[in-house]
Design a protein around this ligand. Structure first.
Ligand code: 4AD
Ligand code: MG
Length: 430
């Protein structure tokens, strides 16, 4: 019998097919057994009627427990009242493995219990929807850049130096030398863009963040485009178009999943260009009116980001932060060298910073000065400085944290559910 996936079931009405999946739920009614089966692509009700199957098969259905794996054969019927609009009339059924008592039941469970059972929790319909949205977002990001001629160049995970400050480095022993897990592929992107013009990297990045917040992971995935000859305005435009495209894609391709997550579509539909663009000091004017405790000149806290974003119905671009609170490689603003030509994009609804980017210093002497000011090891940056010796050009790029974008688009209040196996301050199991 042909094995089919539930998502393709509409093509098999009135035909006998085989499904392979897991038992989600079962109810008994006299000589009938209703099996709710999921196979990763969808859910269908399979009806076992005593007189249509052998006594052994009927008996076998009674031993099936939640999450038992099974193979069922039967005829597909259109059934308006059933989940998904179809039903199977079972003629044969085989249990592959009868599951032990499944720890996750329809009753409420605490977060810590669910996180301990993350490997099983992934099977629940909510997690299933989140994983599908995440996969679509990543595909949309890559399609967007691929379609615009960006070349994917993979950057290393093991690196000799810091990109985003030395306080969040994960140190490793590299044959008696000290190395670090990468915080960002940016520095290598800069080398690649001087070769291919437009590049991006996409991979896991690591930050030993000692803060326990709903927006921070120790290991997160970042997609980072970098463009030669581009300035700050160019990448603000790129980032704006990029976010609009991703949101639109999820709204069209993953509507069912967003519905399952009870996401308010209207809030996502508002995500259209142009995004408001305000300077760091404009943002501080807003914060001071709202009575922030954060002193002007320092970085925003999570609450500050939420307050600023609450003034807008779509992502807001905040640009030109003081250089003292930003990374060493950022180009100073020629109108006010105390400001860096950088931008952060804050998601609406309090999801915080989803994109960080900047124009990079292209002058050799200025870069040397900054590396010294930041007490970074000059030897480790020789290759990076070389890029300023051989045909240096202004260039810019940004990084988007996948998990924060998934949290925002799905409307989930904590990043721990946006990746299958989150690495957090107090957890690296399972
Ligand atoms: O603002 P960040 O630190 O920028 C960079 O790493 C640049 N080198 C990127 C570039 O220009 N190529 O990080 C970029 C984004 C943030 O806006 C946020 O979305 C995400 O990465 N991010 C995190 N996501 C989850 N957990 C963390 N601990 C994160 N730290 C940053
Ligand atoms: Mg940032």
């Amino acid at each position: 019998m042909t094995h089919v996936y539930i998502e393709d079931i509409a093509d098999h009405v009135e035909k006998e097919v085989t499904l392979k999946g897991w038992l989600y739920n079962k109810t008994d009614k006299g000589k009938l057994r209703f099996l709710m089966i999921r196979d990763g692509t969808g859910m269908i009700q399979a009806v076992v009627f005593q007189k249509n199957v052998s006594p052994e098969v009927f008996q076998a259905t009674d031993t099936l427990t939640q999450e038992s794996s099974l193979v069922v054969t039967g005829k597909i019927k259109q059934e308006e009242r059933a989940v998904g609009g179809f039903e199977m009339d079972v003629s044969h059924l085989e249990a592959m493995q009868v599951a032990e008592t499944y720890p996750i039941t329809p009753k409420e469970h605490g977060t810590s219990f669910l996180m301990d059972n993350r490997h099983l929790w992934l099977r629940s319909s909510r997690q299933h929807s989140i994983m599908r949205v995440r996969s679509e977002i990543i595909k949309a990001c890559r399609d967007f850049l691929d379609d615009r001629g960006f070349i994917l160049v993979d950057t290393p995970i093991i690196t000799p130096a810091a990109c985003e400050g030395t306080t969040t480095l994960f140190k490793i022993d590299y044959f008696d030398e000290t190395a670090y897990l990468t915080q960002s592929g940016q520095l290598y992107n800069e080398a690649a863009c001087m070769s291919v013009g437009k590049t991006y990297c996409f991979g896991p990045t690591f930050r030993a963040e000692k803060s326990k917040t709903r927006r921070h992971l120790m290991e997160f995935w970042m997609i980072e485009p970098e463009v030669a000859f581009a300035d700050l305005d160019d990448i603000m435009n790129l980032a704006e178009e990029y976010l609009c495209t991703i949101v639109e894609r999820v709204l069209t391709e993953r509507r069912e999943e967003l519905k399952a997550l009870e996401r308010d579509f209207t809030l996502l539909e508002a995500v259209r260009a142009p995004f408001p663009r305000i300077s760091y000091h404009d943002a501080f004017d807003i914060l001071e009116k709202e009575g922030t405790q954060t002193p002007r000149g320092s970085d925003f806290g999570g609450t500050d980001e939420t307050i600023v974003s609450a003034h807008f119905d779509r992502p807001v671009i905040v640009h030109r932060y003081p250089k003292t609170i930003k990374a060493f490689y950022m180009q100073p603003d020629s109108k006010d060298p105390e400001l860096a030509l950088c931008m952060d994009i804050l998601a609406p609804e309090g999801y915080g910073e989803i994109i960080g980017g900047s124009q990079r210093i292209h002058d050799y002497d200025l870069l040397v000065e900054r590396i010294q000011e930041h007490n970074l090891p000059m030897e480790a940056f020789q290759w990076y400085l070389d890029l300023r010796k051989y045909g240096s050009v202004p260039h810019s790029g940004f990084g988007m944290g996948v998990e924060r974008v998934v949290a925002w688009i799905c409307g989930i209040d904590h990043v721990r559910e946006t990746i299958a196996f989150p690495r957090m301050l107090s957890r690296m199991y399972p």
